[in-house]
Design a protein around this ligand. Structure first.
Ligand SMILES: CC(C)(COP(=O)(O)OP(=O)(O)OC[C@H]1O[C@@H](n2cnc3c(N)ncnc32)[C@H](O)[C@@H]1OP(=O)(O)O)[C@@H](O)C(=O)NCCC(=O)NCCS
Length: 214
């Protein structure tokens, strides 16, 4: 049996702690959390397992084999993931799939740093590009495609054939009808029902979802 790989998680908040839970269940040895600024730890940040700021990664390169994003927003996932992947080109970004998630691994295409949370139900020919996140309890129908850094929040339902472009986010409990496209950087509000394509960068809310006016 191979020894567990040592994993450092970026971020220390709620999603970072959930990521640690998933990683441990996947057999990783979680070394701890690394944060951007030690003096800015929030109320939901782990206090016990913070190793240091990003300089720790530089100075302790022999202490870990892999990195995972513990960050729940698309822009930050993309920024931190890309920055550190460029800085440490030899580091592994494992795909993390919680053991209670259901997904056809035979037909799935999961990029580096992709994450599938507890209780996700994803069927066939699912694609998650680098650093995409399908958070706990969401569903992904056949051929759903989450672009790089996309975040689908808990309990959202993504129907078959939906394409969510890079850096977009779908709020908790939202639903998207089949074969729609959600443009890059768009945001779908919690509880919305998306019945038409969403333009890149748009923020849509409500049932049916309509562009939010400022
Ligand atoms: C849609 C969303 C992106 C808008 O964020 P925002 O631009 O910061 O919006 P604000 O909080 O300033 O709210 C602006 C207005 O939109 C309304 N609004 C916000 N989110 C809404 C939603 N999901 N559905 C309907 N109306 C919403 C607010 O009530 C407010 O209305 P008001 O001006 O009449 O008071 C955000 O509210 C949202 O739903 N994000 C998803 C979060 C999520 O899924 N979290 C789970 C994390 S695990």
């Amino acid at each position: 049996m191979k020894p567990p790989r040592r994993l450092v998680i970026l971020g220390a908040g709620g999603h970072a702690r959930e990521t640690a839970w998933t990683a441990e269940l996947c057999g990783f040895d979680v070394v701890g959390f690394v944060v951007t600024a030690l003096d800015r730890l929030g109320p939901y940040d782990s206090k016990a397992r913070v190793l240091g700021d990003y300089a720790w990664l530089e100075h302790n390169r022999t202490e870990y084999d892999a990195l995972a994003l513990g960050i729940g927003t698309p822009a930050a996932r993309l920024r931190v993931g890309r920055e550190l992947a460029a800085r440490f080109p030899d580091i592994d970004w494992p795909v993390l799939v919680h053991p209670t998630a259901i997904i056809d691994r035979g037909t799935a295409n999961l990029g580096p740093g992709a994450y599938v949370g507890a209780g996700v139900v994803a069927t066939v020919d699912i694609r998650l590009d680098a650093f995409a996140l399908a958070n706990f309890g969401c569903t992904l129908g056949h051929d759903a495609h989450l672009g790089a850094g996309v975040v689908v929040n808990p309990g959202a339902n993504i129907s078959g054939g939906v394409v969510i472009e890079e850096g977009a986010q779908v709020g908790t409990g939202a639903k998207t009808l089949q074969y729609l496209r959600i443009g890059a950087g768009a945001s779908v509000g919690a509880g919305a029902v998306v019945t038409r394509d969403v333009a890149p960068g748009a923020v849509v809310v409500g049932v049916p979802a309509r562009q939010k006016t400022a």
